[in-house]
Structure formats: C-alpha cells, structure tokens
Design a protein around this ligand. Structure first.
Ligand code: PLP
Length: 408
C-alpha cells in the first residue's frame, strides 16, 4: 500500500523549517563556519550575522538586542529563568505557577527541592473549566517571599491565552520577578515587551518554523540574573557554550517572517481551524471543545470525542496520513489523561478521547475537508466497540443519563 500524503496538523508539537529560513542558514554549515567569538575577520563575519539575528528576534518581541540570550531550547530557557530568580533572591522560597504549565516548568517546579536542596513552596494555581485563570486568585497567591511567577503565555494543548500583560503588572507592583513561557505564543500572537513588563520570556525556534535545538531567553535590562550554564564568555557571560550559529541565524529569519506575516496568516489559519472545529462538532455527537472559545491561539483546537480513546483515534488518523496529538498520556505508560484537561475538570470519559489539531498556513481547505470526511466514521466505529459508549446513559450515576442530554 502506498504511503498516504501527510496532512500535518501538529504544529504545536513542531514545525517544518520555512524554505527562506533554511536558505538563510545553509552557508553557515559550509563556507561561513567561523566561530563568532574569534578575533579574526573570518569569525567576525559570522559574528555580524549573529548580531543581525539578535536584532530580528528583539524586533519581533519589542525588546533590545542586549536582552536576547541564545539557549538550546525552550526547556533550557525556562530552567534558566527560574533558577536565576531563585539564586538571585535566596531569601525568597516561594514560586507561583499554574497547574497547566508545560512539563518544562511543571516538572522543574515539582522537583525543586530535590534539585536545589532548599525548601521551596510552589503554588500551582488552578484554572477554570475553560482553561482561563482567575486573576483575583492569582493576586491572593502572591506572598512577601514569592521569588518568581512563571506562567505560560499560551497553552500548548488547548491554545488558551493567559492575560500576561495584567499578570506581569500585578507581579511588578509587588516587586516580584515575572517569567512567561511564551514558546507557543511567539510567532502566533503579537508581543510587545516595551509595554508588557515581563522580566523573563522563553521561546523556542522549532515552534515558529526555525530548527529544533535553538531557543531564546529574553531577560529585561537590569533584571538580576545568574547564568544556568557556566563556561566561556559567550552571550556576554550569560550562557556558556559556543552558539548554535546556523540555527540562531535561522531563528532570526523566522522571527522576521513572523513579524511580516503573522496578521495575514492568523486570519487564514483561524478560518481553517474554525471550519474543522465546527465541522467536527456538527458531524459527531458528544464532541466537546476544550478551552475558551475566544481567548485562544488562532491555530489550535482541542476537542474531546466522548467515550473513545484518543490514542486509538490517532492510530486511525495515522492510517490516512493525518498527524494530530492526543490529550492523554498513554504513550508515557501512565494511562492518565493530560494534566491540563484534568486541571480544567474535563470528565474522565471526555479527557481520554481528546485530540488536538494545531494548524498552520501550510494546511489547506482540502485537508480540512478530508479530515471531516474520514474522522466521523472512525469515531462511530470506535464507539461501537467502546463499553463506555454502550453504558453512556448510566454514567453520571443515579441510573439516569449524566452526559448526552438524551433524557434517559
Ligand atoms: N513550553 C511550551 C509551552 C511548549 O509547548 C514546549 C514544547 O512543546 C516547551 C516549553 C519546550 O520547548 P523545547 O522543545 O524547545 O524544549
């Protein structure tokens, strides 16, 4: 059987490198292989390209180039920001974060005591059923010994956007450092750090059509800072290790393209996403949208098909070349639904059947139509085999239907 054409709707997992980005990078693997830290002019011309990339990234963020530190990925940027805050304010042991953070922040916060040997208090704020945050609860969680707030800008699973501008202002007024994991936001949302007072921001190249293995930590001028990787004097002593030159140059180009195209692309992607989402909800009974309908990335939809397993859906989609993600973590062996959906209180029978489609301008209306044709029968077949579907009118207790509103 010939391999079906790939329909890639897993952009929040990773993106293809844009052709213009690849083209910009290529010379730095071959003829322009100098070290940007070298004193000779061969290295220096690479240094010039690094400088340009730093400026392109700063421009997209509304930042100053000196505030851009290159790292290896979003995860490193997150760790650097949080460890830096804890090391520059050792008397403060409290961290405020949310229950829906990416593991890059969540697992770090949950393992801080083991990693640092200090007694840290971590407040993981709950979220509402639509994935949004209660600002009053956030304000109440801040304490005199809070060293840092670390809150994501946009959620990778649901696309829900947090009010980072307001949250950063609240922290600032209390003299608390504010970090945002903006890995899913940069390139998809307009960001202007000249106006939004965050101290640290993380981004990752492979989420915006630059390569994997390159990240940035933005550190606002005059923010107390300690490097995570000690070593050479690269990045003005703020991150040791020879820079991933070709990739950071690609990231610079990707940021330039995002700045030019974001508005137009968001409109196009939103139309495709909405067509897919509305089509699925209309065609498949017991389909639930996870996350706020409006305050969300234009490219992301997370839907639950009640009473079926997300992993099984993904396998069937894969047979048609359709790439998406599931909200359950069966692949990690835990069989637990995603921590994000659990935090939102999505019922067990829905959380297990959640699928995330994350789109880009590389997707087409034909692809959306193809999914709308293939997915409804997949769900119907899986439900035929599902004992939960059979018992759905009993689930919810009391012998009456707790779910589908059938009145049984
Ligand atoms: N933060 C968020 C919100 C993400 O979605 C991801 C990756 O999926 C990361 C952090 C980690 O980024 P990286 O893969 O560059 O380490």
């Amino acid at each position: 059987m010939s391999q079906p054409k790939t329909i890639y709707m897993d952009i929040n997992a990773t993106t293809r490198v844009a052709p213009e980005v690849l083209e910009t990078m290529l010379p730095y693997f071959s003829e322009l292989y100098g070290n940007p830290s070298s004193m000779h002019s061969f290295g220096d011309q690479v240094g010039g390209a690094v400088k340009k990339a730093r400026q392109q990234i700063a421009d997209l963020l509304g930042a100053h180039p000196d505030e851009i530190i290159f790292t290896s990925c979003g995860t490193e940027s997150d760790s650097t920001a949080i460890f830096s805050a804890l090391q520059t304010s050792t008397e403060k042991r409290h961290i405020v974060t949310t229950r829906v953070e990416h593991p890059a922040v969540k697992n770090l916060c949950e393992n801080l005591d083991r990693l640092t040997g200090h007694k840290h208090r971590v407040t993981q704020l709950p979220v509402e059923s639509d994935g949004t945050i209660d600002l009053k609860r956030y304000e109440d969680a801040l304490a005199d010994d809070t060293a840092i707030v670390s809150v994501m800008w946009a959620n990778n699973e649901t696309g829900v956007i947090f009010p980072i501008d307001e949250m950063a202002r609240i922290a600032k007024n209390r003299g608390i450092l504010f970090h945002t994991d903006a890995v899913q936001a940069v390139g998809k949302l307009p960001i202007n750090l000249a106006e939004t007072p965050v101290d640290f921001l993380s981004l990752s190249g492979h989420k915006l059509h630059a390569p994997k293995g390159i990240g940035v930590l933005y550190v606002r001028k005059r923010t107390p800072y300690m490097p995570f990787l000690l070593g050479g004097h690269q990045e003005h002593g703020r991150r040791g290790g020879t820079e991933n030159v070709a990739s950071l140059i690609g990231l610079g180009k990707a940021c330039e393209l995002a700045g030019q195209n974001m508005r137009k692309e968001n409109t196009m992607v939103r139309v495709l996403r909405d067509k897919l989402e509305n089509g699925l909800i209309k065609a498949i009974p017991n389909t639930i949208l996870n996350g706020h309908k409006i305050d969300r990335l234009p490219n992301t939809t997370n839907v639950s098909f009640e009473y079926v397993e997300g992993e099984a859906i993904l396998l069937h989609l894969d047979r048609f070349g359709i790439c998406a993600s599931s909200g359950s973590a069966c692949t990690s062996g835990s069989l637990e639904p995603s921590h994000v959906l659990r935090a939102m209180g999505v019922p067990f029978t829905a959380a297990h059947g959640s699928i995330r489609f994350s789109l880009s301008v590389y997707n087409t209306e034909d692809e959306v139509d193809f999914i709308l044709e293939k997915l409804p029968p997949i769900i119907a077949n899986l439900r035929e085999m599902s004992p939960f579907w059979e018992d759905r009118h009993k689930i919810g207790g009391g012998g009456s239907c707790g779910s589908c509103g059938c009145g049984k």
